[in-house]
Ligand binder design. Structure first.
Ligand code: FES
Length: 145
């Protein structure tokens, strides 16, 4: 039911932990299932994500997608990180079962929340970045992936 990559990232998640004095921190929950993800960015003076860590209190798919999402944004600029959608994360994991697609939204929204936090601290804006929701439970994606 799960791809090998999902199982790998679930059993051996990358970039777990936290960053002290992070440049940006984002926390997002899904009230429907009770799962929560927090992501920390260390962003350098060139707006490149130098380091990223996450903590997820959630299901296996949430852990695997969070892990892959951190791998995808590491080394990217804040603008490139905005392009890392839940669809991109799922593709990198060779897919998720349809019933688990919503889990991948936690990572995408947490990335946006951390970017938003960074922008507020730096007094800058990123075009296309919307104020994040703290609860994504009301938003179910279509299952056409
Ligand atoms: Fe809640 Fe997967 S069931 S994130």
């Amino acid at each position: 039911m799960y791809s090998e990559k999902v199982m790998d990232h679930f059993t051996n998640p990358r970039n777990v932990g936290e960053i002290e004095n992070a440049s940006g921190v984002g926390t997002v929950g899904n009230a429907k299932c009770g799962d929560i993800m927090r992501i920390y960015f260390d962003i350098d003076e060139n707006q490149v994500i130098r380091d990223v860590k996450f903590k997820t209190f959630g299901c296996g798919a949430a852990v695997a997608t969070s892990s892959m999402a951190t791998e995808l944004v590491k080394g990217k600029t804040i603008y490139e990180a905005l392009e890392v959608t839940n669809k991109a994360v799922m593709e990198a994991l060779d897919g998720l079962p349809p019933i688990k697609v919503h889990c991948s939204l936690l990572a995408e929204e947490a990335i946006h929340a951390a970017l938003w936090d960074y922008c507020e601290k730096q007094h800058i804006t990123i075009e296309g970045l919307k104020k994040p929701k703290s609860d994504i439970g009301e938003e179910e994606p279509s299952e056409e992936y």
